[in-house]
Design a protein around this ligand. Structure first.
Ligand SMILES: [Ca+2]
Ligand SMILES: [Ca+2]
Ligand SMILES: [Ca+2]
Length: 459
């Protein structure tokens, strides 16, 4: 399409893109629920509507005179309600509104998870409202959505995580053979870079992070993640040397590329990585750290948006530098830590051009090794809210967004980032200190991504 046509199309489409969703029709067009005064079966109801512009479609509760009525001429539902309401035989007429299941999880410690939902105080990511759109897990084609937790390991046997741990279906555990031929022997749930094998450690930090992304929801146990359902790939290799981290990301990239090349037969449908490690005071774009932007760009082109935690110090990363959160790759989304008072933590980095977004990271309850749960604080806890959100948004996205995922996964990754940054709740303490000026609002982002009808609709 010539650029001028595309611009024109964008102009036309954008008219429909950013209407407040609360103004969208919340009822079924072309049908009305009617209560008749004296009609208690289909025949009587039909007789009542003889010589009108309406017909009875269904008996709802005929004993109480309640039926579903449809206009037989061209009129809006509003006009139909108005006309029906004025008939003597009609007690009332109302629209057939959509009813949403209220998805409040039964996990016993959910009430303590202020970062997900805290209606009285705010400062949360509005997870309860987001879960009206879905609970995470699969994309529109029913394919598992995977988040790679690159950390010190994950307790893959934790009772609140094990159902949400990624399993490499082509790999047989413990037989010393690379059954799926992906270059990694016995990589059943991920990879351990330190030991060069498929056995990941039950690390405290990584287990907490994994639970924020996706502790199993509504299973009556412990906590709930941003996603009730998701697949977590455990990649152990988050410290030591840059080469260690590159091997960890290399595993993730390989699995996603295999997934794309084999149309899902092999590999894993990774859409985000979570990383909370780095090199303090390092200037990523100084020319001394080219491997970092390179790996984020390569993963990004394969459709992986990488969430990275900035420094746990009250420093301006724009000035001091930080690797990776000062790196310029478009496929990085960099995160600082917000508190229950909806302020930036005084122990967290910031940067008007380098740090993208805030997310709850102070006193965050999540899973800990040995079937436990507990509270930790840091940018490390903020970031998995964002990595988890990326996965969640893929699970509730519109058909148009999914078409982009299939045609160009890299574009889709960038769209998710733009969408998340443009749908934050602005908070004063992040104004001028982050790119977005706000804290993640999952519900707002879910509303936008689930309803957009065209790529041109994205900001
Ligand atoms: Ca393998
Ligand atoms: Ca094997
Ligand atoms: Ca749970």
């Amino acid at each position: 399409m010539p650029a001028s046509s595309k611009l024109l199309l964008m102009g036309l489409v954008s008219v429909f893109c950013f209407s407040n969703p609360s103004f969208a029709k919340n009822y079924v067009e072309g049908q009305v629920i009617v209560k008749f005064a004296d009609a208690h079966n289909m025949d009587d109801a039909r007789v009542t509507l003889d010589n009108t512009f309406f017909d009875v479609d269904q008996a709802i509760i005929p004993e109480n005179g309640i039926f579903l009525v449809k206009p037989i001429t061209n009129m809006t539902t509003e006009q139909a309600i108005q006309q029906l309401t004025h008939m003597d035989a009609v007690v009332y007429a109302q629209a057939d509104h959509y009813v949403t299941k209220r998805n409040t999880p039964n996990d016993p410690r959910f009430q303590e998870q202020w970062g997900l939902s805290n209606p009285t105080e705010g400062a949360d990511i509005r997870a309860l409202d987001a879960w009206k759109f879905g609970l995470g897990g699969k994309d529109r084609a029913g394919r598992d959505i995977v988040v790679a937790v690159v950390d010190g390991g994950v307790d893959v046997n934790h009772e609140d995580l094990k159902e949400n741990i990624w399993v490499n279906s082509g790999e047989i555990a413990g037989n010393g053979i690379d059954d799926d031929g992906n270059g990694y022997v016995d990589d059943v749930n991920g990879w351990n870079v330190f030991d060069d094998n498929g056995t990941v450690s039950a690390d405290r930090h990584g287990t907490h992070v994994a639970g924020i992304v996706g502790a199993r929801g509504d299973n009556g146990l412990h906590t709930v993640g941003v996603n009730w359902n998701v697949k977590i790939m455990a990649v152990e290799g988050a410290s030591g040397q840059t080469s260690t981290v590159l091997k960890a990301y290399g595993y993730v990239l390989k699995q996603k590329q295999l997934y794309l090349e084999t149309n899902g037969e092999k590999g894993a449908n990774v859409v985000s990585t979570n990383s909370s490690f780095g090199v303090d005071y390092a200037k990523c774009d100084s020319g001394q750290y080219p491997a970092w932007n390179d790996i984020y760009n390569e993963m990004g082109k394969a459709g992986i948006l990488s969430a990275a935690a900035t420094a746990n110090m009250n420093v301006d990363v724009d000035a001091t530098g930080d690797v990776p959160t000062g790196c310029s790759s478009d496929y990085l989304i960099t995160v600082t830590n917000t508190t229950r008072a909806d302020k930036k933590s005084s122990y967290a980095g910031y940067g008007a051009t380098t740090i993208d977004i805030g997310a709850p990271g102070t006193d965050i309850l999540s899973t800990l090794p040995g079937n436990r749960a507990g509270t930790l604080t840091g940018t490390s806890m903020a970031t998995p809210h964002v990595a988890g959100a990326v996965a969640f948004l893929h699970s509730v996205a519109s058909e148009a967004f999914f078409a982009t995922v299939q045609a160009n996964p890299g574009d889709a990754a960038l769209l998710v980032k733009k969408l998340m940054l443009s749908s934050v709740d602005p908070i004063a303490d992040l104004d001028g200190k982050t790119v977005s000026g706000g804290r993640l609002n999952l519900a707002k982002a879910a509303t936008v991504i689930s309803s957009h009808s065209s790529e041109a609709c994205f900001p």
